[in-house]
Design a protein around this ligand. Structure first.
Ligand SMILES: Nc1ncnc2c1ncn2[C@@H]1O[C@H](COP(=O)(O)OP(=O)(O)OP(=O)(O)O)[C@@H](O)[C@H]1O
Length: 988
């Protein structure tokens, strides 16, 4: 009876957990389990799962039915729920009394029955091979092609397609069910690792493997950014970047490694075999792949893969022929000298032993789409169609593919085909240190560079991006010699490398003052035009003709900004590309700023809002600014996307920086000042208009709620452009019209660089705001960058941001001086007891501080004791959250003593802290004495009956407390039932 009531009582929580994501997957998986266990019959299932009906309605019907079916069904339902819900979504639900689920034994007679009893596992197995199963059903005559099409409707997710297939098969009878089961059996056998007999690669295969690995090794042992000046072995400079999974994953402790990228860690879709590594421009995606390639070629990692085929999307753009997969592999990676067919057959037979990598999906001319199906590896198709089908797994199923891309180019269509997504967040602070030391063989120089970075934290923030760290290290002489004028912005850094390269060519000729640019103006314009037209046509590799058209001379090439393209096997003439695509963007920006031929509309078009998610992946506006030849070329490309948004945004950022007041003297003799002034006005107008657009999008607040702005992706970019201009007047103007109480910038890829820009602009807000930066990569350096805007923040939310005690030390030192600062949330960072002394100081000093949330960090009893010291002297704190730390009973006792006499505390959460009954009894004292406390959260704390008795007794003296949460403690069902009767405010 109790379990039935539990389902009823938790109806709201269950509905929320099942449906709030908006996806029907949880409900459908629960239904699969209940069907398989025989708790629902087919008619029940159809009554619940009514197509087209709202998800919540379906879920409510399910709950009604489960309740009316009685205790056993409720037990199983809770068991199914527990299995299906991710831990955090199930956290608010009590599963007391649920059944553990066991798969039903397969001793029944018919295949149709097996389809039901094994439904959950069949759904998961079918997801990866729907097409094959459908084909088998069509060939055997059980399905018509209309049946297949209906199953395959693209509005269904892969798991829904699998369920539709099973439901259809059910109506076709026993022999259709047999076909599906047989097909799955064969599929499983073909996927399981082959035994040694089957896997005997021929001599020719082994020769090919050797040829491929030596070619991969040759291509990956040097880093191309050093190509123009010196050679640098990848081994000597490679520095680990920060990798993390895009999805929360419980089984990952510690940082991800390169091997984890190809391993099973963090898999979200078992049926898919594409792993995406995403990261911002210059964050090291190509270098990471290069490292993987080298490790494989040397035999030091990824040895489960016999062959690795590396592709660059940039180079695939130049392939205009239709190719088969076989031709793609052999012609673009490595040509087998003999026995091509045999080698290809081996690849087809052993997909799990093969790895493909595709670098820079964002650079492909076509945006990803899964509309055009192509399944046959020997049939030809345009290369992008092959690529898209490989990624989806409709071609070469089972071959693992690792794809890299900038995040902006990854839409929902691609996401649904991913096994997992790994984020590459550039260098950590210790990574920067390590890189600089590797870059400079002289340790004194390295130490000086690092020292100068410590004194310029804006620049240190920029160095989290490997490409900028590379420039800064490369230009160490300029950096160390520039004293006060040390670079602050990305544009400053790129100007530094520009000057460095020009002067590198004439080391003896010391260019006086600002004349260096004028001296090299023609080179800048030639390369600028090449870069500008290239961006407009998604072209990153330039032929001799391209160079000629833009007037690029041999002397220009010698400056070192262009490097010769590697492995252009299909062409014999020399081809060039910029050292890095961000360098191409910089030259394009220089061209826009300096050229006499720049169209009047170029700057406004560059700044037009171009959110990829809004425009469906491409922006056509920029094309109109191109010279007519480039436009024609673009039209000839047919479905080619125009310039990609991320690069346009980078160019716009550089244009803002180049036109800033500080750099105008550089252009004095390069461009008429009236033209310059006009361009500056255009940029300022565009930035102001861009900001206005965001402000207009803010909805009016619902009564009683704060006015809140959830930043659109372009917001951070505009802020960065304003920062590049380094004119506080512009920042002030932009902010003067913003009136919000809460600024939400969650999941916006905010790192230290973005924090610098945010603080620069937000400090001009007129009224205090809550600044919510949850789920970014702010880190300690970012925290330091935020300090200038702390005075305007009344609350700061920094959940999940890699912040350590050191960041907190600086943050609190500043926060104490800020009158408005009242709330902070730091859930899921890297805090230890060492930070608690700072919070203690804050609590002692600020008698108006309201909320401190430190959940899911590493705070122990010692830290709790430190906090208690501060709490004793504080009379304002209303919310204290220490969820998921390890304060234990001693910590709870210390907090209880400190909070006993608090007249302000409303809410205290110590979920999952191992406080035990001793802790609970100590906390009962707060309840006894408090006149303010409303809620106490103590789930998952190993509390036994003794502890709860103390709480019950304390509640007898307190009418203010509304609820004490006690789920998942050490209590039997009977105890829970009895105590609920005695005290209704206890929630189990
Ligand atoms: N892990 C690393 N170790 C050492 N240097 C690195 C590392 N990652 C990147 N770099 C430096 O930064 C430069 C740019 O990195 P890379 O080209 O890999 O970035 P990316 O993310 O692929 O950029 P984009 O998206 O713009 O193509 C490299 O050429 C190299 O000089």
């Amino acid at each position: 009876m109790f379990v039935q009531e539990l389902v009823l009582k938790q109806r709201t929580e269950i509905l929320h957990a099942l449906c709030s994501s908006g996806s029907a997957e949880h409900v459908e998986r629960v239904l699969d389990i209940l069907l398989a266990q025989g708790e629902l019959i087919w008619e029940d299932y159809q009554n619940i799962q009514v197509p087209g009906r709202a998800l919540y309605t379906n879920a409510r019907h399910l709950l009604d039915l489960v309740y009316t079916k009685g205790v056993d069904t409720c037990r199983l339902f809770l068991g199914a729920l527990k299995q299906v819900l991710p831990e955090e979504q199930g956290a608010s639900i009590s599963f007391a009394g649920c059944c553990s689920l066991e798969e039903k034994e397969e001793n029944q007679s018919t295949s149709t029955q097996t389809l039901v009893t094994q439904r959950p596992s069949l759904v998961s197995k079918l997801q990866g091979c729907i097409d094959g199963a459908l084909k088998a059903l069509v060939i055997s005559g059980h399905f018509t092609s209309a049946d297949s099409e209906e199953v395959r409707l693209p509005i269904h997710t892969p798991s829904q397609q699998a369920r539709r297939l099973l439901d259809h098969v059910r109506s076709k009878g026993e022999s259709a069910a047999k076909v599906v089961l047989q097909y799955l059996q064969q599929e499983q056998e073909s996927r399981s690792p082959p035994n040694q007999d089957k896997l005997t690669p021929s001599k020719e295969f082994l020769k090919y493997q050797k040829k491929l690995s030596s070619s991969v090794s040759a291509q990956s042992c040097f880093l191309s950014t050093y190509g123009g000046t010196s050679h640098m072995c990848l081994d000597d400079i490679y520095t680990e970047g920060q990798l993390e999974l895009a999805h929360d994953c419980v089984d990952v402790s510690g940082p991800l490694t390169l091997e984890n990228i190809v391993g099973t860690t963090g898999t979200v879709n078992e049926g898919a075999d594409t792993v995406l590594v995403s990261g911002e421009a210059g964050n090291g995606k190509s270098t990471l792949l290069q490292k993987l390639h080298l490790l494989w070629a040397r035999g030091t990692a990824l040895q489960d893969f016999l062959l690795l085929f590396p592709f660059s999307c940039r180079r695939l753009n130049s392939e205009h022929r239709e190719l088969s997969v076989q031709e793609l592999l052999f012609q673009h990676c490595c040509w087998p000298d003999r026995e091509q067919e045999e080698i290809f057959q081996f690849i087809l037979d052993h997909p799990h032993l093969i790895l493909f990598t595709f670098d820079g999906l964002d650079e492909l001319k076509q945006s990803f789409s899964d509309e055009h199906r192509h399944c046959c590896p020997t049939q030809r198709a345009p290369v992008h169609i092959l690529l898209f089908n490989l990624i989806q797994g409709s071609l070469m199923k089972g071959v693992l593919k690792v794809v890299t891309s900038r995040p902006e180019a990854v839409g929902p269509v691609l996401k649904k085909h991913l096994r997992k997504e790994v984020l590459l967040n550039g260098f950590s602070p210790s990574g920067i240190d390590c890189f600089v030391r590797k870059h400079h063989s002289d340790p004194t120089v390295a130490a000086k560079v690092l020292e100068s970075l410590q004194t310029n934290t804006a620049l240190l923030g920029l160095c989290h991006s490997p490409v900028l760290c590379w420039i800064v290290s490369q230009c160490h002489k300029e950096l160390l010699g520039c004293g006060e004028g040390s670079p602050q912005t990305i544009t400053d850094v790129y100007l530094m490398i520009l000057q460095h390269f020009f002067q590198h060519q004439h080391p003896l000729k010391s260019t006086v003052g600002l004349g260096w640019l004028q001296e090299h103006l023609q080179t800048v314009l030639h390369l600028g035009q090449l870069a500008f037209e290239g961006i407009g046509t998604t072209c990153y590799i330039f032929s001799g003709t391209d160079l000629e058209t833009c007037g690029v001379t041999e002397k220009d090439i010698c400056m070192g900004f262009l490097i010769q393209s590697k492995d252009m096997s299909s062409t014999h003439s020399k081809c060039y590309e910029f050292l890095h695509v961000t360098m191409q963007c910089f030259f394009a920006a220089l061209y826009i700023v300096l050229s006499k031929n720049t169209d009047r509309s170029t700057i406004p078009k560059l700044f037009e809002p171009k959110d990829m998610r809004e425009t469906g992946g491409s922006s056509t506006c920029f094309r109109a600014c191109l010279p007519s030849t480039a436009q024609q070329e673009q039209v000839l490309e047919g479905d080619a996307t125009a310039a990609e948004t991320p690069n346009l945004q980078i160019i716009a950022t550089f244009v803002s920086g180049l036109l800033s007041q500080r750099h105008r003297s550089l252009w004095l003799h390069c461009c008429p000042s009236a033209v310059m002034e006009k361009r500056v006005r255009q940029v300022v107008r565009c930035l102001s208009k861009g900001m206005q657009k965001h402000f207009k999008s803010i909805p009016q607040p619902v009564e009683g709620e704060k006015k809140s702005m959830h930043a659109m992706p372009g917001f951070v970019w505009i802020i960065k452009c304003i920062y590049e201009m380094q004119e506080s007047r512009i920042a002030k103007d932009a902010m003067s019209k913003l009136e919000v109480d809460h600024l939400k910038l969650t999941y916006c890829n905010i790192g230290p660089v973005e924090c610098t820009a945010l603080a620069y602009v937000l400090q001009h807000l007129r009224n205090p705001v809550g600044l919510q930066l949850d789920n970014n990569s702010v880190g300690d350096v970012g925290v330091e960058q935020l300090l200038p805007c702390m005075h305007i923040c009344n609350s700061l939310y920094l959940r999940n941001n890699n912040i350590t005690d050191e960041g907190i030390r600086k943050l609190i030192a500043k926060g104490i001086q800020c009158d408005n600062f009242r709330k902070i949330a730091l859930f899921n960072n890297k805090l230890t007891d060492a930070c608690t002394q700072h919070f203690s100081h804050l609590l002692k000093t600020k008698q108006d501080f309201l909320s401190l949330r430190l959940g899911n960090n590493n705070i122990t009893a010692e830290g709790a004791k430190q906090l208690a010291e501060g709490l004793k002297c504080n009379h304002s704190l209303q919310y204290l959250g220490l969820w998921g730390n390890k304060i234990g009973d001693a910590g709870a006792e210390a907090l209880a003593r400190a909070l006993e006499s608090s007249k302000a505390l409303l809410w205290l959460s110590l979920v999952g802290n191992g406080v035990g009954s001793t802790g609970a009894c100590a906390l009962a004292n707060i309840i006894k004495n408090s006149t303010s406390l409303k809620g106490l959260w103590l789930p998952e704390n190993c509390i036994t009956r003794t502890g709860v008795e103390c709480l019950i007794q304390a509640l007898e003296h307190n009418t203010h407390v509304e609820s004490i949460w006690l789920r998942n403690n050490d209590l039997s069902l009977e105890e829970v039932e009895e105590m609920t009767q005695r005290e209704s405010r206890l929630i189990f």
